[in-house]
Design a protein around this ligand. Structure first.
Ligand SMILES: Nc1ncnc2c1ncn2[C@@H]1O[C@H](COP(=O)(O)OP(=O)(O)OP(=O)(O)O)[C@@H](O)[C@H]1O
Ligand SMILES: [Mg+2]
Length: 581
């Protein structure tokens, strides 16, 4: 874990080393000052030597200024190292998430990834800064101040020893009590983020179902639980300060009491008593800081683990050695394909054998959950098969360079998305170099040109996040146009015209047949009318091929197909109702 994190310090290694060095400089200056003060009192004030006061005073100012400088520099280096470290972490995580395959993504929740990228990184950033500054400062300050105190008066300094042990025990007790609570808060953060994320993304659904009150209540509970945990932890932590003050004032009282007696009999000078009192503060503050660093480290350990998990996640779709960069044609072959979403899990596709020639149009129909989406997702290698193989252009998809393959296979996902930005910008996701004319051509093919022209800003119309300001059918057509701009050899439409009216749907298919005859087109649809003029139609049932043929052949031989066709032509019905009911 530490090795992975260390690699992310990168160019900020210099700052990370300079910070503790500056902190040591600051401590040394802090330690010298009480000594000088003692000298001013004992050799200057008591002996009436004004010159000595001036000289030592000047050195003291210098030491203080240096101490300040070291402190400021340490702070700056520390901040730079910690923020840089956090930036590197975020970048590395983000970059790695981009390489995730669909099955990697299935493993993490979106909310979980967001928490890891934000809260967890911030935690680690704070902890890192604290560690850089305090991990050397506190122990060095504690030890040096202790040595100084002992060199002045071992008898009085032993009071500190007792105080350190007592305070130490109390702090360990406090920290161990709070640690459990802090651990718990991270789990609650995930819940809270999940709740916010889900709710905000689906805010329209929440409103449609008038679930605001329920959602408010749910959020209130989640944030209330978080508050309770923090309150519990903080309640114990507030004991820190009074405990600290009790010890400090106790020490001062004892030192003054015994010190005064020693001064009277001449065992101690007034100046030395002053220094001792100064070290008192140093020693106990260092102990306090150490305990805080300890809390920080334990608190950030959970965050660090969650970050490293994302950093070390490897995409399970690695390119093979010497990958192919050219897809020969749009032919597709499924050979004895079996597929399960989880290794060793239940197969959602079994024994699939299909051969599709380049340029063919193939329709896929079947009830919901019959694995239509699962089947086509194997073609652009969004998932890998668990058995058999899928070939594109005569070659196993695993032999291709992933980018080359996905550029040749355009897929309009069932749950597709538009991004915030103009229509043109969205279209250029398909092909960054597309000219305006090419964009229009693609939109014409997808029957989107008309409604885009009718919009006030035409192709420069701004699309809101998730495409919330266009209708469902418009969004689907924009997504088809975007896929067409890739000029793919294979076009996969997963229920992509479900929200488009039948007439427009038919015009889209006509345009495809005329304008892109060489492209292999695979169309998943619920409506028979969307696929009936395809070269072949595949009927899927429960992950298995139930029928394969033309519309006429299937009408004659395939029971499922015939029933659904009858029910749809006689009004209503779809693949789940199989026509009987
Ligand atoms: N990401 C996933 N992880 C695990 N199981 C999944 C995943 N996606 C789908 N499944 C399962 O795979 C099976 C087939 O789902 P699939 O989405 O392929 O059906 P479909 O035919 O496309 O249905 P629909 O017509 O509703 O889109 C279902 O039982 C579903 O629960
Ligand atoms: Mg589907």
């Amino acid at each position: 874990m530490l090795k992975t994190l260390k690699a992310q310090i990168g160019e900020f290694a210099r700052d990370s080393i300079l910070t503790p060095l500056c902190m040591i400089g600051e401590v040394i200056m802090e330690m010298i000052i009480p000594l000088m003060m003692a000298s001013i009192i004992d050799d200057g004030v008591e002996k009436g030597d004004i010159h000595h006061i001036y000289v030592v005073g000047a050195w003291m100012i210098l030491a203080a200024a240096l101490g300040l400088l070291f402190g400021v520099m340490g702070g700056r280096f520390g901040a730079r190292a910690a923020t840089g470290f956090a930036r590197n972490l975020r970048r590395a995580m983000y970059r790695n998430i981009q390489t995730f395959s669909f099955s990697n993504i299935d493993k993490y929740s979106t909310a979980g990834l967001v928490t890891r990228l934000t809260t967890d990184v911030t935690n680690l950033q704070n902890a890192y800064q604290m560690i850089l500054r305090m991990c050397t400062r506190a122990p060095v300050s504690l030890i040096v101040a202790m040595c100084m105190a002992f060199s002045i008066s071992p008898r009085l300094a032993s009071i500190y020893l007792v105080a350190v042990v007592v305070l130490g025990i109390c702090l360990v007790f406090i920290m161990s009590r709070t640690f459990g609570y802090f651990q718990e808060t991270f789990r609650k953060y995930d819940d809270l983020n999940a709740s916010v994320q889900e709710n905000v993304l689906a805010i329209r659904v929440v409103k449609a179902y008038v679930r605001e009150d329920y959602e408010n209540e749910k959020f209130k509970r989640a944030s209330g639980r978080l508050r309770d945990l923090f309150m519990k932890a903080e309640k114990i932590l507030t004991l820190n300060m009074p405990l600290m003050q009790l010890t400090v004032y106790g020490c001062i009282l004892f030192i003054s009491w015994f010190g005064a007696q020693m001064i009277v009999v001449g065992d101690l000078t007034t100046g030395n008593l002053m220094s001792l009192l100064n070290y008192c503060m140093n020693i106990l503050m260092s102990l306090m800081m150490l305990s805080m660093v300890f809390v920080m480290i334990t608190m950030s350990r959970a965050s660090a683990r969650r970050i490293v998990e994302v950093l070390n996640e490897r995409s399970d779709l690695a390119d093979g050695e010497d990958p192919l960069t050219q897809v020969k044609d749009g032919g597709i072959d499924f050979e004895h394909v079996g597929f399960a979403y989880k290794k060793g899990g239940e197969e959602v596709l079994t024994g699939i054998d299909l051969h599709i020639r380049p340029g063919e149009t193939v329709g896929i129909v079947g009830g919901t959950g019959s694995s239509k989406s699962s089947l086509v997702q194997l073609i652009p290698r969004l998932y890998d098969v668990t058995e058999g193989c899928v070939k594109v252009g005569g070659e196993d998809v695993r032999r291709y360079d992933l980018e080359a393959l996905r550029n040749s296979v355009a897929m309009v996902l069932q749950k597709n998305e538009l991004f915030s930005g103009s229509i043109k910008k969205n279209m250029r996701w398909g092909n960054p170099a597309a000219t305006d004319e090419e964009i229009r051509e693609a939109c014409r093919l997808a029957q989107a040109d008309d409604f885009i022209q009718a919009m006030p800003d035409g192709y420069d119309t701004h699309i809101e996040q998730g495409g919330s300001n266009v209708s469902g059918g418009q969004k689907q057509r924009l997504c088809i146009a975007r896929a067409l701009l890739k000029k793919p050899k294979i076009l996969l439409l997963d229920d992509s015209t479900s929200a488009v009216d039948t007439a427009t749907d038919s015009r889209i298919r006509q345009a495809f047949a005329q304008k892109i005859p060489g492209t292999t087109k695979i169309i998943i649809a619920q409506r028979i009318s969307s696929v009936q003029d395809a070269d072949h139609i595949l009927v899927l049932d429960d992950g298995k091929v139930n029928g394969w043929g033309t519309h006429e052949e299937l009408l004659a031989n395939n029971e499922i197909y015939r029933e659904v066709y009858m029910s749809q032509t006689q009004g209503g019905g779809d693949f789940d109702q199989k026509g009987e009911d």
